[in-house]
Design a protein around this ligand. Sequence first.
Ligand SMILES: Cc1cc2nc3c(=O)[nH]c(=O)nc-3n(C[C@H](O)[C@H](O)[C@H](O)COP(=O)(O)OP(=O)(O)OC[C@H]3O[C@@H](n4cnc5c(N)ncnc54)[C@H](O)[C@@H]3O)c2cc1C
Length: 354
Amino acid sequence: MVVIGAGVYGAAVTASLTRRGARVTVVDAGAPAGGTSGATFSWTNSSGKRPRSYHDLNVAGMAAHRRLAAEVPGCDWYHEGGNLEWAADDAGRDALRKKVPTLLEHGYEARWLTRAEVLDLEPDIDPAQLPPDEIAYFPREGWIEPARLIGHLLSRAIRSGAAELVHDDPVTALELTAGTVRAVQLASGRSLPADAVVNCAGPQAATVAKLAGLALPMRNTSGVLVYTSPVAVSVSRVIHAPQMRLRPDGGGRLLLHPHDDSAAQSVVDKALDAARALYPGLRAAGVESVRVGERPIPGDGLPVLGRVAELPNFHFAVSHSGATLCLHAGDLVAAEVLGEDQTDALAPFRFERL
Ligand SMILES: Cc1cc2nc3c(=O)[nH]c(=O)nc-3n(C[C@H](O)[C@H](O)[C@H](O)COP(=O)(O)OP(=O)(O)OC[C@H]3O[C@@H](n4cnc5c(N)ncnc54)[C@H](O)[C@@H]3O)c2cc1C
């Protein structure tokens, strides 16, 4: 099997394929986690995701992270600290008042907290920044460190002897005969014979699909991530404040995710100012780096997963929200590659609908 792309999807598919007994070569144009998975907010959630099948897929994705984290001693990439969300205007409050009951109807954990209850969870927030009540809390949400997860999944697969990683060698062509992919050609000149190929190329998935003669419509967008210097401030969970989103990151850093998708200095400055207003202890924090990530968004916004009808040994594992979905969706795709019937689970996410 050849897996194209070593982001969260490629790593998850590789891990699942090898666990199920396949031999895999995973190929990346650069380094593992060097694509979108290295520049993402990576909040694990199913917050306002429609239709219901997509919501359920995300909930299953959250559960898969929880299971893996429980199974791996010393797991250091999964942080189920919950998410706090509140609004500052009527439109925002109305949206939240609709979202919380809908999620509860779906059996998703959510509850309303008061300002005092939030301060028990996040004592370093300036109380004046919080409304007195109607602060939504989603305790099962959290965030992952994608690079650590990818490292774990790939190293386990490679150590088992069932996977090989080829990096810094882009896929440039696919050899097709009689409606079947036979081999994957790399820029280095190497040719990898393949029984099956899985396209996990994230924002470049359309380019790889084109090599197979398939037109995959994508409407990728970019997003900005601002990494602060390490700070001695207590931030323990994902925060959706009206002005911006933030969460803890490794080594005491915070990751700020402005609503504005421009990386202009004014946007970065505004994000830091908003974070400082929310957590006054951030006064001394600086910006360590700014990254722009490209969201891999299929044409209708929903994932593209599984086998292609007209090219049955070519498979997709491409979506936005891949940080949440990768383990579960990657496992469904891998199972289908190896002949398991995933008709029901994958029906809403087939390439052919596009
Ligand atoms: C700003 C931002 C915020 C986000 N926030 C969230 C969030 O809060 N929660 C969430 O769940 N998701 C979020 N996402 C989405 C999530 O990060 C992505 O869905 C996920 O990282 C995609 O992973 P991937 O493995 O598909 O792609 P990538 O990580 O991009 O991996 C694809 C790999 O394919 C390789 N590749 C491409 N072309 C070729 C080729 N021709 N040959 C060989 N290799 C190739 C690339 O080098 C790359 O390493 C966010 C994304 C962004 C940008």
